[in-house]
Design a protein around this ligand. Structure first.
Ligand code: FRU
Length: 488
């Protein structure tokens, strides 16, 4: 009997839990050479359920090690999203001997005898996140009149010398401050009349970034994820605002009057940034959940479900229309490259010939083309399917078409074609694409336009194709790296 083996779809260089369900990244914090990633986890099922915090670490932002579950539900509820910080100055009193980690998370309490209650609680660890103690005084922040009251992201605000929390409350973000993580005072509320209000606001983040890498000029960036309301094509997605923050109030820039999306693909949600990255590094590192609430519970992955994006670096750039967020793979991703192909100023036919020979499933593909050229890359292409990633030069649009990308019948809204505006400043346009077992991440023009999509290719769909409107064009540059070999 011949068995057609179904692919497992587990990414080679993406984090996914060894088994069971995962959604949002939580509590990302750096301490003593380890980047922690906690995550929304239902260990007893492959769909969303009573939430725990799963735990993984990486030392190089590429290779992940999963650790035992960090936080389990208790009498106050299940453990929803939140953040973690290093309490360097022992403001909490939890760390008389040496600094340690504090997790600030939402207790979600759902019982038949009362309406849903969400409140903020603390847990702390003296051993680099391996074991945790829930704080006896939990919860530390409650609200009687806000049913959606969750996802605390906390950071130390240097100039006011206190902690700041951003918290999702219905369709706004409440800002709080505290001297000790235990006593919180509301400072302001943000969101009314600005941004997209298509769904519930979730998983906010707030951080400062230099503009064009010049430390004397900076802005604050607010990330806000928006839940799926069941309407429209997009499902859940993340918007961002830029502005000023004085320790109490976030004042958005004029450019933020227009809705701006962090990622124009369908599958990058609930992402936030790492806390306590050492100053000499100075980067703002980000990771997102690579799925969409529209179909997250139905993706065809078997005994595990849910993966994260690769780790990305966020930067700000000044543009004629205001300050804008850029997103690129962290440099560490280059450490697992195995060079496969490099061609410069090559006629299209020559590139087509060269890539015809390749058989790759997890790889990086960089293509540079003249700005006037419309072209299409087909990745994870098999006999009857492929994922199309293309540029329409006339309308300056990037697209991903996954209508024929492989398995898509698990949900009606999965097989689609979607676009994003391109902002190519140079004469040459660059697409940098990271392809893995079940995903494509497209960074156009040095991270000015980003699209992240899940795809579920047919078995052995491992070919790459390149086509263009005009046959007699020259490809400025094509680089391909195998990323499958060096990740343990
Ligand atoms: C976002 C979210 C959060 C919540 C968590 C529950 O995806 O809905 O708002 O804390 O997931 O798992």
């Amino acid at each position: 009997m011949s068995l057609q083996l179904q692919p497992d779809y587990r990414g080679v260089y993406h984090f996914s839990p060894s088994r069971s369900w995962m959604n949002d990244p939580n509590g990302m914090v750096y301490l003593d050479g380890e980047y922690h990633l906690f995550f929304q986890h239902h260990p007893h099922g492959d769909t969303w359920g009573p939430m725990h915090w799963g735990h993984a670490i990486t030392r190089d932002l590429v290779h992940w090690e999963e650790l035992p579950i960090a936080l389990e539900p208790d009498e106050q509820g299940t453990i929803f999203s939140g953040s973690a910080v290093v309490d360097w100055q022992n403001t909490t009193g939890f760390f008389p001997e040496e600094p340690g980690l504090v997790a600030i998370f939402t207790h979600h309490d759902e019982q038949p005898d009362h309406p849903v209650r969400q409140s903020q609680s603390l847990a702390y660890s003296h051993d680099r996140g391996r074991t945790w103690h829930k704080y006896q005084g939990n919860p530390v922040l409650t609200c009687d009149y806000r049913p959606d009251f969750r996802d605390p992201k906390v950071f130390w605000h240097e100039s006011s010398g206190r902690w700041t929390m951003v918290l999702a409350c219905g369709q706004s973000i409440a800002l709080y401050h505290s001297p000790d993580l235990k006593n919180w005072t509301e400072s302001s509320i943000f969101g009314e009349g600005i941004g997209c209000h298509d769904g519930v606001w979730e998983c906010p983040d707030l951080f400062e970034l230099p503009i064009n890498n010049a430390p004397e000029l900076s802005r604050w960036v607010m990330l806000v994820s928006i839940g799926d309301n069941g309407q429209g094509a997009e499902g859940s997605r993340t918007q961002y605002f830029t502005g000023h923050f004085d320790g109490a109030i976030f004042l958005p820039d004029e450019a933020s009057r227009q809705v701006r999306w962090l990622d124009h693909g369908r599958d990058n949600y609930a992402g936030v940034s790492w806390s306590d990255i050492p100053q000499q590094d100075g980067r703002r590192l980000y990771i997102g959940w690579m799925s969409n609430w529209r179909y997250a519970n139905h993706t065809p992955t078997g005994s595990w479900r849910g993966a994260m994006t690769i780790v990305r670096e966020l930067q700000l750039e000044m543009t004629p229309t205001g300050v804008q967020l850029l997103q690129c793979p962290v440099d560490e991703m280059e450490s697992i490259r195995r060079p496969v192909l490099l061609l410069e100023h090559a006629p299209l036919v020559q590139v087509q010939q060269a890539i015809k020979e390749l058989r790759l499933e997890s790889y990086e593909l960089i293509v540079r083309m003249d700005k006037e050229v419309s072209f299409e890359l087909q990745v994870r292409a098999g006999t009857a399917s492929c994922t199309r990633i293309g540029v329409n030069a006339g309308s300056a649009q990037l697209y991903i078409d996954r209508t024929e990308s492989g398995q898509s019948d698990f949900h009606n809204d999965f097989a689609n074609h979607h676009t994003a505006p391109l902002q190519t400043i140079q004469e040459e346009r660059e697409l940098r694409i990271l392809v893995d077992a079940a995903s494509v991440e497209v960074f156009a023009d040095q991270g000015r336009t980003v699209m992240t999509d899940l795809v579920f290719p047919e078995p052995n769909a491992d070919r790459i194709r390149l086509t263009a409107m005009e046959q007699d064009i020259v490809v400025c540059r094509v680089e391909i790296y195998d990323l499958s070999g060096s990740v343990s």
